[in-house]
Design a protein around this ligand. Structure first.
Ligand code: ADE
Ligand code: ZN
Length: 331
């Protein structure tokens, strides 16, 4: 069985992680202090979430504390430092401007500030990251069109994809609402990654594929409830960015034994292992691999295959992918 140290050294990419979920509790307290804001609940209960809705409103509060470009650059740099500590070779990072109230109307400036942090990290030898700029499920079609306009006009090289996240249970069926925005993003050469099959059932995953042209699905785990959909994901090789602890912490499954990642994998669906919101959920990427090894008895070859999926399904450059895949062969 691969040990934790091996899992740190495992060449891997992370393809489902939110910048919003990458603030350590101590950093949050210090940001709140600087912003002159009180914690929304007692310190010892700060990271106790009753479910996805509660979690998302915490993100609004937390990201609302960052007001300056330097703070954004520092957050991006800190993200890369954490990646290096986890032995992650590359990450596609989701950032959703709706959570950052000081930046709603300055998305171009926000991307530039984050890019400065990522560039500085790369100069210091830390791993590279691409940005997946995200819509929220509860936004309107007009707001989606506006964001895509900004992304297409600027076509910033740091931005690799259009994403959508948030609470589908609250928003209801929104595939048709966002289809045009995703079509335009795809036509402009952006990749498309879609949260579905977490707060929606398998029908949300089908809409992600058929209406939003998803290159990748974030979570996607409730596809397991529809055998035809599982076969479709396997046949089209659409990868899932699965986050086991997130799904148990936010109440989707009671435990790892109930979690369907291994059943999806054995059915031929390309699955990857990810952290979603690592600092808020108290997880690391090697730790998530370790949980799967412990729960499902994954062998070294199983782990290697999942890591290969993470690299191949990432939106990294061909050079970065080739380098990580070569390193994986000798792991
Ligand atoms: N934003 C951050 N984490 C999320 C999750 N697990 N689901 C939907 N939106 C999110
Ligand atoms: Zn997510």
């Amino acid at each position: 069985m691969p040990e934790q140290t091996c899992l740190h050294k495992l060449p891997k990419a992370e393809i489902h992680v939110h910048l919003e979920g990458c603030f350590e509790p101590a950093t949050i307290e210090s940001l709140a202090c600087k912003a002159g804001e009180r914690l929304p609940r007692p310190r010892d209960k700060l990271l106790q979430f009753s479910g996805l809705a509660d979690f998302l409103s915490f993100l609004d509060w937390c990201c609302g504390l960052l007001q300056t470009e330097e703070q954004l650059s520092e957050a991006a740099y800190g993200f890369c430092r954490r990646m290096a500590a986890d032995g992650t070779g590359y990450a596609d990072v989701i950032v959703n401007p709706t959570h950052w109230r000081h930046w709603h109307w300055r998305i171009g400036d926000m991307i530039n500030a984050l890019d400065r942090g990522f560039c500085a990290a790369e100069r210091d030898g830390l791993p590279a990251a691409g940005l997946c700029v995200s819509l929220l499920r509860t936004q309107s079609a007009a707001a989606a069109a506006e964001l895509v306009d900004v992304l297409i006009e600027r076509r910033h090289p740091r931005v690799v994809a259009l994403s959508i996240d948030g609470n589908e249970a609250k928003a209801g069926r929104t595939g048709p609402r966002f289809a045009e925005a995703f079509r335009r993003a795809g036509a402009a050469g952006l990749k498309r990654t879609v949260h579905a099959g977490e707060s929606s059932g398998p029908e949300g995953v089908r809409d992600a594929i058929e209406l939003l042209g998803a290159d990748r699905i974030d979570h996607g785990v409730r596809a397991i409830e529809d055998a035809g959909l599982v076969a479709l994901l396997a046949e089209r090789r659409i990868a899932l960015g699965v986050c086991p602890t997130s799904n148990t912490a936010l109440g989707l499954y009671a435990c790892m034994e109930e979690h369907p990642i291994d059943r999806l994998r054995r059915a031929g669906v390309p699955v990857s292992v990810n952290t979603d919101d690592p600092c808020l959920l108290g997880v690391t990427l090697p730790g998530e691999y370790g949980r799967c090894v412990d729960a499902y008895g994954w062998s070294r070859d199983d782990v290697r295959a999942v890591a290969r999926t993470s690299i191949e399904a990432s939106f990294a450059t061909p050079e970065t992918k080739a380098r990580l895949l070569t390193a994986l062969q000798t792991w």
